[in-house]
Each structure stands twice: as structure tokens, then as C-alpha cells.
Ligand binder design. Sequence first.
Ligand SMILES: Cc1cc2nc3c(=O)[nH]c(=O)nc-3n(C[C@H](O)[C@H](O)[C@H](O)COP(=O)(O)O)c2cc1C
Length: 346
Amino acid sequence: MSTSKRKMDHIRICLEEDVESEYTGFEDIMLIHKALPEVDYSDIDTQVEFFGKKLSFPFLIASMTGGHPETKRINANLAEAVEEMGIGMGVGSQRAAIEDESLADSFTVVRGKAPSAFIYANIGMPQVLMRGVEIVERAVEMIDADAVAIHMNYLQEAIQPEGDVRASGCFQAIEEVCREIKVPVIAKETGGGVCREVAEKLRDAGVSAIDVGGKGGTTFSGVEVYRVEDETLRDVGIDFWDWGLPTAFSIVDCRGLLPIIATGGVRSGIDVAKSIALGAELASAALPFLHPATESSDAVKKELEYFERGLKTTMFLTGCRTVDELKNTEVFVTGKLKAWLEFRKG
Ligand SMILES: Cc1cc2nc3c(=O)[nH]c(=O)nc-3n(C[C@H](O)[C@H](O)[C@H](O)COP(=O)(O)O)c2cc1C
């Protein structure tokens, strides 16, 4: 099956089926309500800077699509909305357009509609292993990207009948890319989470940020369950539906090593605030924006406003005027997340 056709399958499945896992770890966190916040709502400042670009609030739309003619409109709507809202976004894997240049406009439309927004390119680890720096450079050039995400999706590859499961030599390949490429490299999981041991090696390889892509949101093992015909693979896919390190677990494990983007089941402004209070620089989400993006840029904007308003309200009620204050706000941790913290402390 062609890469382009597979991408459309993923979009259709994510629009029509239940593809989410349960439990991000945000359930085990409480931010402490301040009955008297001692800050005016109108003074709350959600702006941050990320890799030299200003974002109106610490949020990105995570990599989703491109690479099929029908995805051009989706990317155009996402891009128009992020440009107007003053945030950023990632494009989906650019592999299809590198294999067939006639598909490039489904990606280049993003820079066209978002000339000043923070935009990151996207390419898979298996492609980097095979083609090294050259493929990463082409992905960055194609959309004049501010950064590039190398996605690590071995859970999905392992469930796909056509999956590419070669994974030895990844750190060395990433190191070569980081040495040569001119933009920051983000190592990006897509639902399985990143643990500290891997994050440390990624930092040593020269990566500039980690998108933890934790468990609790879209599960690509789940997405593949709807596609595979082989019964054994389908059963294994079901077993791995909830596999991985929950997003909050991954944030606390990797914090302090590199800037963290919190992705995976971030579904509200409260989740964005919790991510930041736990140690992330930014949060991002994919699935909540897919359906709006098939409609219009206004529908995407409306969803973004929901996240922004929720974050601002959380900052107000915790008495945090700035995102830096939110980073230092007290967090009450309970349940499995507390057990994880104790386990990792040894
Ligand atoms: C339809 C769809 C397509 C995706 N395609 C890509 C991709 O090409 N590259 C990538 O790095 N992540 C991809 N992702 C993963 C997201 O960037 C994100 O890590 C994941 O969906 C978890 O976030 P969520 O729970 O908010 O959806 C895709 C997600 C969705 C929903």
C-alpha cells in the first residue's frame, strides 16, 4: 500500500472510530485553587517564546497530515488558524511528498497560509535510518520549517503488516542529523511516551527538545487495529491499545533534561496548565483538531480558543500571572503517578 493511501486511511479511521486510550496521568494531579487569586484576569499573560519565536500561549497543533491531495485543505485550515492565533503547528510525515514531489503542495500550503507561525517539519525515524541527513534537509526546506520533528513510532510500526521495524543505530543517525541540520531537532513519540533513559541519550545525541507523545490520547496501535486484516496482528494490536508511558509520567521522568512538549491526550486548557506545572515548556494536541480542520479554519480557531480560555482560567484560579509562575505552582500528586514518582526516585 502506498504511503499516501495509508495516510488517508489514518485520517478516515481517526474521524470515524474510537481511537483513544485511557489515562494520561493528568487525572492524578490537582492544581491548588486560590479563592483569592490576587491577580486580575485581564493581566494574565500566556505568552512564551520557543526556539526564538513568540507564541501567544504555550500550545501547538501536533503533526497530523499532508501527503495526499485531500489533506491539503486540512493543512490549510490548521495553518490559517494557528497564524491568526499566534501559535504553531507541525505537519504530518513528509515521506510521501519526498517520494512523490507532486504531493508537496499538501505541505507547502502550511507555510503559505502561516508565513510567521512556528512550523515544524516531520519525518520518521525509519526514513532517517535509511537516508540520513539528506531526507531531513529536504523535509525542512520543503516548508521552510523552524524546527524538525523526527517521529519515533515503533509501537505503530510493530502492529502494521507493512511496518518498518528496523531500530538499531537510531541514536547515531540522530546524532549525525543534529550535527548537520541548521534547525532544532525535536525527538517526537506518537503515543508510547519517552522515558528518562532514552531522553538522556537523545540529549547526548544533540536533540533540542523532546515531544513526549505519551499514552492516554490517540493510540496508533488502536488505529492499526481497524486496518489490519491479519487476525493475529489485530489481537496483538488490541493487547497494545493501552501500551506505553502515560503523558504525565513521561513529563516528570524527562523534566530538567531538555525542553519538553507534552502531547498525548491533552484535551483541555487545564491539561495544558498541568503539563506546564509538571515541567513541560509547551503542550500540543492532534485529534481534537482533526474534525474541525475538515470544516474550516474558523472551526479550528474555535477549538484553539477553548484551549486558550481554559489555560487562562486555570492560571487565574491558581494565582499565576505568567507562564513562568505556572511552572512553579504547587502540584498535588496522587494515585499511580505518585507511585511512579516514588518508584523512579528509587
Ligand atoms: C490523524 C493523525 C495523523 C498523525 N500523523 C502523524 C505523523 O505523520 N507524524 C507524527 O509525528 N505524528 C502523527 N500523529 C501523532 C500526533 O502528532 C500525536 O502525537 C498523537 O496523536 C497524540 O496526540 P493526541 O492524543 O492529541 O491525538 C498523528 C495523529 C493523528 C490523529
